[in-house]
Design a protein around this ligand. Structure first.
Ligand code: NDP
Length: 270
């Protein structure tokens, strides 16, 4: 049976609010399935107290690492001892590993999870033309992952155009020659159309792009998991497009997180 003991590795999730998070249930289930000795618990912390908590966690020898979510993904970067190249470029981290010597090392897996979820469904963005709606946290990570995956063209469209321009400039800076442009609400002429805005979470939300311009040869992908079929996915389906929901992004990310946090190489549970 699985019991917490003096040998158990402890993992946390940093968030505020935190009551709604599902990552502990999902990663604890994964750890249990694999018979490993680790547990993830909520670390509820305010933005104001984040630096004090993160500094203290460096001293906690039984800590394996932690997941970071809203609103701490950006602020945590400057509190760590090191971050991956892609996390530094994106300016955000959503997972942090504690090394033996106490150093905290971060990575950002939102974008890799999204692209990995597409690939798992047989959709490889390499060499394809991609339209991305949004320029917020998720869109930033996804845009970098698309460029890293070798898309032939990436068009970014956002309500606040300046944020799309800023993202495009950072992409061009990080990856010289990145095929990035700023778009309008019209997604026509792209192979893959992705929504990375929060539009579609609530019933009655406006559509994130002009669905009347979609054609049956396009794949329409979503970051939102709930509802399972957002209004834009329903509109895309009605147009004959292949659709790709938000869930695979999370499923792929849990896998990447478990690997990054070393959960699969822990000792066996008692
Ligand atoms: P942010 O707040 O950082 O960004 C929100 C984005 O949505 C911005 O581009 C914003 O545009 C746009 N937006 C919001 N409201 C409107 C509106 N009324 N009209 C037009 N555009 C609007 O949020 P995140 O990037 O962190 O999250 C976005 C979504 O991604 C969420 O729904 C979240 O649930 C989902 N997500 C899913 C994950 C998964 O594993 N499936 C993982 C992470 C996130 P503007 O810049 O103009 O404000």
């Amino acid at each position: 049976s699985r019991e917490i003991s003096g040998l158990t590795k402890v993992y946390g999730i940093l968030a505020d609010p935190i009551h709604h998070v599902k990552t502990p249930q999902m990663l604890n289930a994964l750890v249990a399935r694999e018979g490993r000795d680790g547990v993830m618990v909520p670390f509820h912390v305010s933005s104001e107290e984040l630096p004090r908590l993160v500094d203290g966690l460096k001293a906690m020898k039984s800590l394996g690492g932690f997941v970071v979510t809203v609103p701490h993904k950006t602020a945590v970067v400057d509190l760590l001892d090191g971050v991956s190249d892609s996390a530094r470029r994106i300016g955000a981290c959503n997972v942090v590993r504690r090394e033996e010597d106490g150093r905290l090392i971060g990575d950002m897996l939102d974008g890799k999870g999204f692209v990995g979820g597409l690939k798992a469904a047989g959709i490889d963005p390499k060499g394809r033309s991609v339209y991305l709606a949004g320029a917020g946290g998720a869109a930033n990570a996804i845009a970098f992952a698309f460029v890293e995956a070798g898309v032939a063209r990436l068009t970014i469209a956002n309500r606040t155009r300046a944020k799309a321009e800023d993202l495009a400039a950072r992409l061009a800076d990080a990856v010289p020659g990145a095929p990035v442009e700023i778009g309008t609400a019209d997604p026509s002429g792209h192979d893959i159309v992705a929504n990375a805005t929060s539009l579609g979470l609530k019933a009655g939300d406006a559509l994130p792009l002009d669905a009347s311009r979609l054609t049956a040869d396009q794949i329409v992908a979503e970051v939102i998991m709930q509802p399972e079929e957002t209004a834009i996915l329903a509109a895309a389906r009605a147009k004959g497009c292949r659709t790709h929901p938000g869930k695979p992004m999370l499923v792929c990310q849990l896998d990447l997180m478990a690997d990054f946090l070393g959960m699969r190489s822990l000792g066996a549970a008692a």
